[in-house]
Ligand binder design. Structure first.
Ligand code: ATP
Length: 242
């Protein structure tokens, strides 16, 4: 469904992603793991077309999106849950969710479609149903992550990209979020999960990539990568992988 072919990308002429090739098949969960600064967020932001691509090609559903604008990418169904959740603190849960619906708002039967999407996400996260009128900024970190994931799902994405959903959350909440990702895969969603918590992310994934210093160091079925030497090296820093 999504393919990065030998993509180099970065910020202000510096290279954060170096000749990277990644593939995400339809209906699968692909995890990208690696230490701080490995380039994981840059992958997500490159696909969302927020980062300058210097060379290589990105295709989605067979269409070349290398030169596409961020809004066009969202319209195609690629939706991101950003690092640090970034909910709209003064707005209620429902107002946050409504903002995620904009992609579908100009389609057929928007009112009915809105109710359907809202019911779908509130069934996934019953806690949000109870708190639908609460301001998002007053919620716990875990609840805010649920809002952020739900907001993305309101757009009915084809590809959902999550940037470190476990950041700052208790292990039990992380387990809950990962269980939801499994359910979403059963519902047919394609998922790109970018995580520092490598073990859980690879256990969940159909396929995984280990990154260090802007490059893919190893790839394979998620469970096979959990003991891969490249994984340990990635978390030991620059010297260990050069
Ligand atoms: P983290 O887990 O810390 O978010 P990461 O693996 O997601 O790490 P990236 O955020 O993709 O890593 O960063 C990769 C490299 O790109 C780093 O060297 C970082 O300093 C650089 N970088 C990231 N964002 C920017 C930016 N907006 N401007 C300049 N350099 C950036």
């Amino acid at each position: 469904m999504l393919r990065l072919e030998q993509v180099s990308a970065g910020y202000n002429r510096s290279i954060a992603l170096d000749n990277t090739s990644i593939e995400i098949p339809e209906g699968k969960i692909v995890s990208v793991v690696g230490a701080n600064g490995a380039g994981k967020s840059t992958i997500v932001n490159t696909v969302s077309r927020l980062v300058t691509v210097y060379s290589g090609k990105i295709t989605f559903d067979g269409r070349d999106i290398t030169a596409s604008k961020p809004a066009a990418v969202v319209d195609m169904g690629i939706v991101q849950v950003p690092e640090g959740r970034q909910v709209f603190a003064p707005l209620t849960v429902e107002e946050n969710l409504r903002l995620g619906f904009t992609r579908l708002a100009s389609g057929p039967n928007p009112a009915q479609k809105y109710r359907e999407r809202l019911d779908y996400v509130l069934d996934l996260f019953p806690r949000l149903r109870e708190r639908i009128t609460q301001r998002a900024g007053t919620m716990s970190g875990g609840e805010q992550q649920m809002v952020a994931v739900s907001r993305a799902l309101m757009a009915e994405p084809k590809l959902l990209m999550l940037d470190e959903p476990s950041l700052g959350l208790a292990p039990m909440i992380v387990d809950q979020i990962f269980e939801i990702l499994q359910k979403l895969r059963r519902d047919g969603l394609t998922i790109l999960l970018v995580e520092q918590h490598a073990d859980e992310a690879l256990q969940l994934a159909d396929y995984g990539y280990v990154m260090a210093v802007g490059r893919v160091r190893a790839e394979g079925p998620g469970n096979d990568l959990r003991d891969h030497p490249a994984l340990r090296q990635s978390y030991l820093g620059r010297e260990a992988v050069s």
